[in-house]
Design a protein around this ligand. Structure first.
Ligand code: EPU
Length: 427
């Protein structure tokens, strides 16, 4: 079993370069099937979610050519079947974006119910509502979601909840629907805008991405394109918090500071110094960590995907912080792991009361999901002694080369492979 072993105590110092955004690339790769053509995608992060999506595409008959470390050519000219099976889909939630894109391309799609991180119930009713409004018949049978339409027709859709996934999935189908589609109460995350820009570069006609209302004039044909993915807001935010949590001084390069404003604001309130440049941001801390209250909200609110990392930092704040999860029903499970390291946290439903302690101590812990894993890494860096983190596959789903990047910043961390209780092989 692979683990991360972290020796706490180092302050992170130096420079780190952020990769392409996971939650943009996991929508843009499925979107390539909308063109019977070649797309060149640049700034692709080296994460396991991307590798899984490539396997799904290859299974459908697409060809993938790696042009360099971060650039890939995807040729979707020939697809065999508009189907994503359970074996292909179970690893990751974003496999369900093939529903929208295959529906757009073939007027039909069959995709296994998705897997992904477990934050409680993860309904897809808003995706289905959107597909049905465009004229598709949607059924769920044997664990597969099947969507089929004679003709996709533009429609006016008001989402009952703000959903990143539903906004993306319905956009993917609507770009090929006949006539005008108006989507209201949509998500405004940077990756929604990135997907719209990508689709427009393929010949789509999408306006308003980044606001509450998106208008899409359907087109008959989309063509191949060359496109560079935006930097990952959450990877950048994670290194920002890691720098501030370890009393470090880190220049985080290849970022869009505007996307980081809600994180910057909370870090400054916690007593860290944050300096913005055009496409980089520097975070350093000398003053003690101050308590901060946080409530996660859809963009431009504080991102839920930064909640666990920020909570990890606040475990050693002066005073008591209140952290409220405003997006997911069950995203506080990782706090039990932080408590194993000496954190004082009381959880009541979606609210965590975090009472700062003077020190954490290293312990064996488990990543319960991707961002929970990042929080444990940060806690491990802050703690005295050694932290062993299990289930690191969650972390590798979304953070590229995280060990190398942290080591370059002065962290003492390694990945090991433990065989039958013995630490057999340092990787
Ligand atoms: N919801 C519904 N019905 C739906 C869809 C969503 O009620 O049909 C609810 C959900 O239960 C949740 C809320 O709406 O309470 C928001 O869910 P959303 O659909 O926005 O989440 P998602 O698309 O499944 C994406 C990210 C998550 C991130 C959320 C919120 C991807 C692949 N995943 O999930 O990212 O937490 O948006 O910003 O884009 C991560 O990167 O670690 C991660 C989990």
């Amino acid at each position: 079993m692979e683990k991360f072993v972290v020796q706490g105590g180092a302050s992170l110092r130096g420079e780190v370069t952020i990769g392409g955004a996971k939650n943009a690339v996991v929508a843009i790769i499925p979107a390539t099937v909308l063109a019977k053509d070649r797309c060149v995608i640049e700034n692709i992060p080296n994460i396991s979610d991307v590798t899984n999506l490539f396997h799904i595409l290859e299974g459908m008959g697409a060809t993938i050519r790696i042009l360099n470390k971060t650039t890939v050519e995807i040729d979707t000219t020939h697809l065999v079947e508009p189907t994503v099976t359970y074996e292909m889909a179970r690893q990751m939630r974003a496999s369900y974006y093939f529903l929208g894109s295959l529906l757009g391309r073939c007027n039909e799609a069959s995709v296994s119910m998705p897997g992904g991180c477990d934050f409680g119930v993860r309904p897809i009713d808003q995706h289905i509502k959107g597909f049905e409004a465009l004229g598709a018949n949607v059924t769920i049978d044997g664990g597969m979601i099947n969507a089929k339409a004679d003709l996709l027709l533009g429609s006016h859709i008001y989402f009952d909840v703000v959903s990143v996934g539903a906004t993306i999935n319905v956009m993917l189908a609507a770009v090929k629907a006949k006539g005008l589609t108006i989507l209201e109460n949509v998500a405004k995350e940077p990756h929604i805008v990135d997907l719209a820009n990508f689709l427009n570069s393929m010949g789509a006609d999408i306006r308003g991405a980044g606001t509450d209302v998106i208008k899409i004039h359907g087109v008959d044909i989309l063509h191949g394109t060359t496109y560079s993915i935006i930097p990952d807001q959450i990877e950048a935010g994670t290194y920002m918090v890691a720098a501030a949590a370890t009393y470090g001084d880190v220049l985080i390069k290849n970022v869009i500071p505007k996307h980081l404003e809600s994180i910057t604001d909370k870090l400054v309130k916690s007593g860290a110094e944050v300096i913005e440049y055009d496409d980089s941001i520097r975070v350093r801390r000398e003053a003690p960590i101050e308590k901060v209250n946080i409530k996660t909200m859809p963009h431009p609110g504080f991102p839920t995907d930064m909640q666990p990392q920020m909570t990890a930092m606040l475990t050693m704040a002066q005073g008591t912080s209140i952290v409220t999860e405003g997006v997911w029903d069950n995203r506080m499970r990782y706090t039990d792991e932080l408590k194993r390291m000496g954190a004082k946290i009381q959880v009541d439903g979606k609210v965590a009361v975090v009472e700062g302690v003077p020190s954490l101590s290293g312990a064996p812990v488990k990543a319960t999901d991707l961002r929970a894993g990042a929080a444990l890494l940060i806690a491990g860096l802050m703690a005295q002694g050694t932290t062993y983190i299990e289930d690191i596959h969650y972390i590798e789903r979304g953070y590229e080369n995280i060990v190398d990047k942290l080591v370059a910043l002065g962290a003492d961390i390694e990945k090991i492979d433990v065989v039958e209780g013995a630490m057999a092989k340092a990787l």
